[in-house]
Write a protein that binds this ligand. Structure first.
Ligand code: MCU
Length: 411
């Protein structure tokens, strides 16, 4: 007869192995043996890099492997294009004051010799808070998507952390006052850091009535690029909603180059580094040879997994690189599939609306993501659509995606 404790251990192990991965909420810790170099000299690949092989070519087979692979991608994105994202500094203080449905969250962060301070306005729903508090949507520089009832909003003045007027904004903003004007971080990286400090400050403020397990982030256009970065790097964010982020957002550098080479006028890496400071100065040396990047933005987006991501794109604007958005998110989707959570990743690409003007016809698709990931409701988030208007250029999957999608299980 099998002793009871072995039987219960066996049951536990079997149960753990058969837990549906749709319940995968967080990745396991990164093993100490996981090596995360910032660059891979000699890498060269025209098609999209395979998310399911480690830097050294070994296959990614398990959820634990993916935790390490994700850490490798994070280091590469910082090493090539984002610059260094500093960890939480030694000082983070919060000052939360509320008056009715309106509140202000002050953040002071830094070191004993220098600190910086910034504040954000929070608006609460008029309804009673659910157990655990209200979900909160962090919106870069104002709201450009509809927000369902019951969700609080915080307007993040991202430009205060890192300016984004033109190349003259390099090294300007509160983040750079703290880390130096020569910090390798781009403005988008400065914003990620700011979002993380906002979340730290919320954690330090026990009476906010905000549910820190139900945080979302959004932004449009340049701020959509930023929102995707925040969702990729900040794992305390449950739902990431980039809107019309275009090149440098939910598009891939390689695909935007292909689109441009096919005759469309899209924004590609060579242009973007001349336009603004969204990327680290380090990126300048790679924009003319995109194939040396050992990652592309399908892997940046995949850093969000297993958390939820839905991105919206607009085919009316060639500049946004529509084929690239579709192809890149198709590639990112394979990671969500591999983790058994394809419905945690949505993509909606349409036209007939102005830039950053969210069409009402997409409300259901957006609200399904709010319902499921922020409001604890059942909703169908199997949403992956495009109108396919790529100006005559065709996205040929076999040309860009040469991997088969594994099924990653817990080891
Ligand atoms: C789509 O986001 C950007 C785009 O990358 C820039 O080239 C353009 O100048 O501005 C867009 C934007 O932020 O519009 C509000």
């Amino acid at each position: 007869m099998i002793p009871l404790f072995i039987l219960s251990l066996l049951t536990f192990v079997l149960a753990a192995a058969t837990i549906p991965s749709s319940q995968l909420e967080a990745l396991p810790d990164i093993p100490l043996s996981c090596s995360t170099p910032a660059t891979i000299p000699g890498f060269n690949r025209t098609s999209l890099p395979n998310p399911f092989v480690f830097n050294d070519g070994r296959p990614v087979r398990t959820v634990e492997d993916w935790a390490c692979r994700r850490a490798q991608i994070s280091a590469l994105v910082q090493g090539y294009e984002a610059g260094f994202l500093p960890p939480k500094p030694s000082i983070v203080q919060a000052n939360f004051t509320q008056n009715g449905t309106s509140a202000t969250l002050g953040v002071t962060a830094g070191f004993s010799n220098t600190t910086i301070s910034f504040s954000s306005r929070i608006t609460f729903p008029t309804t009673n808070a659910p157990a655990g508090g209200f979900p909160l949507l962090i919106a870069y520089d104002g709201l450009s998507i509809p927000v369902p009832d019951g969700v609080a909003t915080l307007i993040f003045i991202n430009d205060a952390l890192g300016q984004q007027n033109s190349l003259s904004s390099r090294g300007k903003g509160l983040f750079f006052d703290l880390y130096g004007a020569n910090a390798s971080a781009s403005s988008m990286t400065a914003w990620v850091w700011g979002v993380s400090r906002i979340i730290d400050a919320l954690e330090l403020s026990p009476h906010t009535n905000i549910n820190l397990k139900k945080l979302a982030v959004t932004g449009c256009s340049r701020d959509g690029k930023g929102a995707l970065m925040a969702g990729a790097f900040e794992t305390r964010i449950a739902l990431t909603i980039p809107q019309e982020s275009g090149s440098g957002g939910d598009t891939c550098w390689r695909l935007s180059k292909f689109e441009q080479d096919s005759g469309d006028v899209v924004q590609q890496a060579t242009e973007i580094v001349q336009e603004n400071v969204w990327f680290s100065p380090t990126f300048d040396q790679y924009v003319n040879e995109i194939s040396v990047l050992p990652y592309d933005h399908h892997m940046l987006a995949a850093m969000v997994a297993p958390r939820a991501l839905i991105s919206f794109e607009n085919t009316d604007f060639e500049w946004l690189s529509p084929l690239s958005g579709f192809g890149c998110m198709t590639a990112a989707h394979t990671v969500f599939q591999a983790l058994g959570i394809p419905d945690n990743h949505g993509f909606v690409q349409a036209g007939n609306h102005s830039h950053c003007l969210f069409p009402e016809s997409q409300n259901d698709q957006l609200f399904a993501f709010f319902d499921k990931f922020l409001l604890n409701q059942n909703a169908n988030t199997s949403v992956f659509t495009t109108n396919g208007l790529f100006n005559g250029t065709v996205f040929d999957v076999s040309q860009w995606i040469d991997w088969t999608t594994p099924r990653l299980r817990r080891s």
